[in-house]
Ligand binder design. Structure first.
Ligand SMILES: Nc1ncnc2c1ncn2[C@@H]1O[C@H](COP(=O)(O)OP(=O)(O)OP(=O)(O)O)[C@@H](O)[C@H]1O
Ligand SMILES: [Mg+2]
Length: 224
């Protein structure tokens, strides 16, 4: 698979707060990457960095192919600019049951679907979706899943919805502290792997504790 973008030792700081410290990652053509992490972990910041709308404080983001077209659906904005509605967007709006009145009058879910139709119709090489299922009902989420599965480009998305991630993601990027952990596979396999990692850490910790206790015992025996 062709490599499209590479993150080299990327650090990002906002007002003396370290969001990322020396993270590395790679985006391959055809990936569907699901970014996970707590509120405030830096998921939206990471998308903004990769789409070149923010500059890393250290390290760099390398674009390995010429003319890569990156489109980002921002999280929860009330604005929608659609000056060039193409035939595909009209088709999606109809399929997703978005009424054709003013954007301002649409419901929360309808607004999101209108914004999704707009970014999907741009046919970008890399499409970034920041929490694309937040207002969607079950049926609309299924339609979005279908759209994502048929998409020809590469997709990077942020979601807290495990079912959604499990259905579509081929890779998981988990933001843990100021680090990025890359996992090849869907959410379930990421979760199994994480549990395994935690058990191993716990076992190491227990072993270490026992060693310390033993040494302490020996010391007290020697000094008593
Ligand atoms: N312009 C800014 N100035 C100061 N701090 C900021 C700014 N933008 C973001 N932050 C902080 O950076 C951190 C990362 O924010 P970000 O929006 O990337 O988190 P997130 O993982 O997308 O969270 P959520 O799940 O709530 O969407 C947060 O602690 C946030 O408060
Ligand atoms: Mg966010």
């Amino acid at each position: 698979m062709k490599e499209l973008i590479k993150l080299h030792n990327v650090s990002y700081e906002i007002q003396n707060y370290k969001v990322f410290e020396g993270i590395n990652a790679s985006i391959q053509q055809g990936d569907i990457i699901g970014i996970i992490g707590k509120n405030g972990a830096g998921k939206s910041t990471l998308l903004t960095l990769i789409s070149n709308d923010l500059v890393p404080t250290q390290g760099h983001i390398q674009f390995l192919q010429n003319d890569l077209n990156v489109v980002r659906l921002e999280q929860e904005t009330e604005s929608h600019i659609s000056n060039d509605v193409n035939a595909f967007e009209v088709e999606l709006l109809e399929k997703w049951h978005v009424p054709s009145h003013d954007f301002g009058l649409l419901s929360g879910g309808e607004k999101l679907k209108a914004r999704l139709a707009n970014v999907f119709a741009k046919n970008a090489d890399i499409l970034m979706l920041d929490e694309p299922t937040n207002h969607l009902d079950e049926r609309s989420t299924e339609l979005l899943i279908e759209q994502i599965k048929h998409y020809k480009g590469t997709i990077i998305l942020v979601s807290h919805d495990r079912y959604f991630l499990d259905t579509i993601a081929t890779k998981i990027w988990s933001i843990e502290g100021d680090q990025l952990i890359e996992h090849k596979g869907n959410y379930s396999s990421y979760f199994k792997n994480r549990e395994h990692r935690r058990h191993t850490q716990q076992r190491e910790y227990e072993k270490q504790k026992k060693k310390v206790e033993l040494v302490e015992e020996q010391i007290s025996e020697l000094t008593s």
